[in-house]
Design a protein. Structure first.
Length: 864
């Protein structure tokens, strides 16, 4: 029972004044305990990511003519880290950029690993974009996203990686005890639905649950340092970064970037985190976005010298001089204060436009066609209008100011503390080949399958925020025969793909276009970050309003129901859109049928992808506390999948693949590997060979074992190259693979060495007998014994290792935990000479330079 419920119960029963006082005392003591235990380590950071400001195509509108030619205001990466003092931590980075990029994310994680080891990984780091359409492009890896930038732009990529890394470093170095408050509120006039006809196609019963056709709720976090007070704020609110039009050529963070600047400038100017009584919020708002506040303490060195040179004259009052000294000390103290960081993050903005006046025809000044957003059948003249129309800079300021005002209000009134543990979940999912069971009318179930990505004809029509090419329109579910002929010159979709994507007419079959390499992603990351009662859903795309509502409801239902009562109805679920990578839009099935712009950029039909995403979230978030926190891979047991999904073999294969994430899915992407599977047993064997499993069937890592074919130098170069592929693995995994006492077991199980393929028979009832020392064996059984000479690479010292050796207490306990019993018998099947290998034993790099094989009779090997 919650403390508040306990208090209410006491009052209702009227147990008397003395009992009420006792309960009040218990309540206050318990509350203090909870607040004390809920303290986190918090750190915030910010760094510039503006990038090339000239001669680079901008990302967002896919307009080849939109080339950067200056700066409206600079872009930043803003990060927060929240950690339990002795537990887990999470990182969230908000970019003044169109979206996150998988290749940028990978590079950032590589740098973080080099600096911090396994402290920050793909599992607990989220990188999200605000969806500004006015930033430099060319930093994504898939063809469809870099066509208009004419390929990869190194400057755009480098500045993002550098800025993200430095913002995280700054946040890490600022980590200190603090608390986090959360608040929510409605912001009415910062977004409208730009595809209302599609939204209206959702069930009336579902629409009736909501007051608006877009999400109006802003969720805000207030970070409070124990020493410095408020040090930052992050909030999530859904509205597109399209206040700046497709003809703009100045780099800009659009309305969300402007709101962040307003909030940071406001806080620095006020010197506190609240407004004074009777003061209007508007009084403290910089009028123009480009109003850059200079660094307040840029003369810190001068102040230091002034303070050091101060001396009071003897015999005279030093009141004035002491006053100066006091002011200097105060300024120096403020100079050490952490920089206030404010981020306005993106949410389910798929169909939400900041052009709140609506869409009108340029020629007639009349509203555009409701279903197709056209003017006289053409899309080119239909434009959305922001509140500052016709000045897009003013529209950017106004929408940014509205978000800023709401954030200030929530910031000042925030009172609910986040309490509870910090946690995270992460998984990779191949969305191009999934089977999902759908319920048909009448209750019957239908198993349908996803297919590779494709973009429809309405994609080329653009949106009311940025109209596209001529001869296209939104809501087109037929397609133009001429453009289909043009499409076929690039890639003609097959009948299966056409059927799967229906009713979308395919303009670009991006999921099946592989020349010169993949045009669109297939394997995507999904992630959950938890901070107390706040759950952040990191999604790799743009969810429409209703699709986002369904996702949040599904996750909240899973978290608050079932045997695990870790979450109650007060759990806060927010969607962080465009996070970690990008895969365009996700709509509801009903919206997909309308083939508006958002639907035509949703990869496939029948609502399969949104449903599979919800299933993935359920799998990630279900029963947080029931999953072990031992640092190993959290994946499902192969045999459990086999038992549950025994209907059809193909489905077994697909689901067991999905039970592995990360390296296994990356390996499975190879068509040769995928098509080589013969049956279920073959698949299990291949997976066990590639990914060694232990007692409970969970994957513990990837093992490398290669033979020296030429010189030692070439061997080492090849070893380093292979090792780089698995550098992200935890150190404990690699040590486990390379332990000298286990190497024969590893070679046999992984099948990566042909020294011999032994057959191991367990003797559970075997008893400890006499210790077998080096060169001692027992009769009955052939075993290829060997004597190995090991030479230290650095010292050059030689030592010999016999066929058996006495284990230390630590090694023996390790073997017992792995259930390696005494009396295990090895039967020799094959004897081959082992080539030179490099191994590590007890942290020392050794080189096997000689191996002598001979047969010996042995019944069992004792482990002591």
């Amino acid at each position: 029972m919650e403390l508040s419920s306990l208090f209410n119960l006491t009052v209702r029963r009227s147990l008397g004044t003395i009992w009420l006082c006792i309960y009040m005392l218990v309540l206050s003591q318990s509350t203090r305990s909870v607040l004390s235990e809920s303290k986190y380590l918090i750190g915030l950071g910010s760094h510039d990511i503006t990038g090339p400001a000239a001669d680079v195509n901008m990302m967002g509108y896919a307009n080849a003519e939109q080339i950067a030619s200056g700066v409206h205001f600079r872009l930043r990466a803003r990060a927060f880290i929240v950690a339990e003092p002795q537990g887990k931590r999470v990182v969230f980075v908000n970019l003044d950029a169109c979206m996150a990029s998988q290749i940028v994310t990978i590079k950032v994680l590589e740098r973080l690993k080099a600096r911090y080891g396994d402290l920050y990984t793909e599992k607990n780091v989220a990188i999200s974009g605000i969806h500004s359409h006015a930033g430099p492009g060319g930093y994504l890896q898939y063809i469809v996203y870099i066509v208009t930038s004419l390929g990869f732009v190194r400057q755009s990529f480098d500045v993002l990686v550098d800025g993200i890394e430095k913002s995280i470093i700054q946040a890490h170095e600022n980590l200190s005890p603090g608390s986090i408050l959360i608040n929510k509120g409605e912001l009415i006039d910062a977004g409208v639905n730009r595809s209302p006809s599609a939204y209206l196609n959702n069930p009336a019963s579902e629409r009736s649950k909501y007051k608006y056709d877009v999400d109006k709720e802003m969720t805000l976090l207030k970070f409070i340092d124990d020493e410095w007070g408020p040090v930052g704020t992050f909030n999530w609110f859904a509205t597109h970064g399209t206040s700046m039009s497709r003809t703009n050529s100045l780099i800009s963070g659009d309305n969300k970037g402007a709101a962040a600047r307003f909030m940071e400038d406001w806080f620095e100017q006020k010197g506190t985190g609240t407004l004074h009584p009777g003061e209007s919020e508007a009084d403290s708002i910089p009028r123009r976005v480009s109003n850059i506040i200079p660094e307040v303490y840029k003369d810190k060195q001068e102040l230091l010298e002034r303070a050091a040179s101060f001396q009071s004259q003897p015999g005279r009052p030093a009141t004035r001089a002491l006053s100066v000294s006091s002011r200097v000390r105060n300024v120096l103290r403020q100079a050490d204060r952490p920089q206030f960081v404010s981020a306005f993050c993106q949410s389910n903005c798929g169909d939400v436009s900041p052009n709140t006046l609506g869409a009108f025809c340029l020629d007639t000044e009349l509203p555009c066609d409701f279903n197709h957003s056209t003017c006289g059948g053409k899309n080119e003249l239909c434009y959305g209008r922001g509140p500052g129309y016709p000045d897009e800079f003013e529209s950017t300021r106004i929408i940014g100011e509205r978000q800023f005002r709401k954030a200030v209000d929530l910031f000042g009134k925030a009172s609910e503390h986040l309490t509870g543990k910090v946690d995270f979940r992460h998984s990779y999912v191949d969305f191009s080949h999934l089977e999902v069971s759908l319920t048909k009318q009448g209750g019957a179930a239908e198993v349908v399958k996803t297919c590779p990505a494709a973009m429809g004809f309405a994609f080329a029509a653009g949106t009311t925020d940025g109209p596209g090419a001529f001869d296209f329109k939104q809501g087109d579910d037929k397609g133009n025969p001429f453009w289909k002929l043009v499409r076929n010159l690039l890639k003609a979709p097959g009948n299966e793909q056409i059927s799967c994507q229906s009713p979308k007419p395919i303009l670009l079959d991006t999921g099946e276009m592989k020349i010169p390499y993949d045009w669109a992603p297939t394997i995507l990351p999904i992630q959950i970050l938890r901070i107390g009662q706040l759950v952040i859903l990191s999604v790799p795309g743009e969810f429409t309003t209703m699709a986002g509502r369904r996702l949040r409801d599904a996750v909240k239902t899973v978290l608050t129901t079932g045997a695990n009562k870790e979450f109650n109805s007060n759990v806060h679920v927010v969607i962080a859109g465009l996070t970690n990578t990008y895969s365009q839009y996700v709509t509801t099935f009903e919206e997909y049928k309308m083939q508006r712009y958002e639907s035509t950029e949703t990869w496939e039909n029948r609502g399969i992808w949104p449903r599979r995403l919800k299933r993935g979230w359920r799998s990630l978030c279900k029963n947080f506390s029931e999953i072990a926190d031992d640092g190993r891979k959290l994946i499902f047991n192969i045999e459990e999948y086999k038992r549950i999904n025994s209907q059809i073999e193909k489905r077994q294969q697909q689901q067991v693949i999905l039970s592995f994430d990360g390296p296994a899915l990356d390996w499975y992407r190879s068509r040769d590997e995928r098509e080589a599977f013969k049956d279920w047993a073959d698949l299990v064997q291949r997976m066990l060979i590639r990914f060694r499993s232990i007692r409970d069937g969970t994957s513990v890592g990837r093992f490398l074992s290669i033979k020296q074919e030429t010189t030692v130098e070439e061997y080492r170069n090849w070893f380093d190259k292979l090792l780089a592929l698995v550098a992200f693995l935890q150190t404990v995994m690699m040590k486990l693979a390379l332990k000298i006492e286990n190497r024969e077991m590893v070679r046999k199980e992984c099948g990566l060495s042909s020294v011999y393929r032994g057959k191991l028979s367990f003797k559970p009832n075997a008893k400890n007998t006499t210790t077998v020392t080096a060169n001692e064996t027992q009769a009955d059984g052939n075993f290829p014994m060997r004597t190995t000479t090991l030479r230290g690479v650095t010292t050059g010292d030689n030592r010999r290792e016999g066929p058996t050796k006495r284990l230390s207490d630590t090694e023996f306990q390790s073997q017992r935990e792995k259930k390696y019993l005494v009396g295990q018998q090895w039967k020799d099947k094959e004897k081959k000479e082992l080539r030179m290998l490099v191994v590590k034993e007890n942290g020392e790099e050794m080189e096997i330079i000689e191996e002598e094989y001979y047969d010996a009779d042995v019944k069992s090997i004792e482990i002591n």
